[in-house]
Design a protein around this ligand. Sequence first.
Ligand SMILES: [Zn+2]
Length: 283
Amino acid sequence: MSHVSADPVRRPIVVACLAIACLASSAIFLFVGCQSVPMTERKQLLVMSEERENEMGLSAYQDVLKSEPVTKNEKYQEIVRRVGQRIAAVANRPDFKWEFNVIESETQNAFCLPGGKVAVYTGILPVCQDEAGLAVVMSHEVAHAIARHGGERMTYQTAQNLGKSAVGMVMQKQEEQKKQIVMTAYGAASQYGVILPYSRKHELEADHIGVMLMAKAGYDPSAAPGFWERFSGSKQGEAPMEFLSTHPSDAHRASALRELLPEAMQHYESSQQKYGMGEAIPQ
Ligand SMILES: [Zn+2]
């Protein structure tokens, strides 16, 4: 680990890095890696290997599709797959086995599990209004996955539990529990009601990466701030979903997105095909 520096901003990550390295030395099979987030280049620490995370993501996705009803609305499936494929084409993850499904539920939620397994709930479609609004949601979720935010949360949980013989926190649990941890970490455990909110830092980073992705995919990124403004007016009451548990206020994330628009517009201008706002989503 090369980032032992005097930079005070980095100190917490160095301490965590050392602590987890100590743990790793006593735990066979415990993977520890330091890497950078794509596009923002922020350094992060990860306790589970990406390969393992992707396996867990696939398995968790199959569970979700078994326990929640995939919509029979073919138009919804078609639009979500079309937008998803366009985002996937610019996500620079040829190793992901992309899959997109729409789940019939009033819940205003969406998620992307490691490995590119995406679900959108019908409840959020009216807020999206059109393909560009849907691209805001889906590229935000894809951003959480390619930035491995869930993996980072698993790492922090492990570090927090250092004093509690928690070497096994992630790695020594039974397969079923590991899968549950991955689902919780990536916001996909809706039916259990145990969503762990992403941090404000992760949310803003997913917005940042997401708006660049949607622009590269050919959707007008100026749709992004408007989506969050509409969303803030339509929130459901109690459901602890990924989209409802976000820390940054919607006004704050809308203004942060507006600051990113000039850069996003450059990506949009140089995208091979432009779809603007795309097709309207039938209500
Ligand atoms: Zn999010």
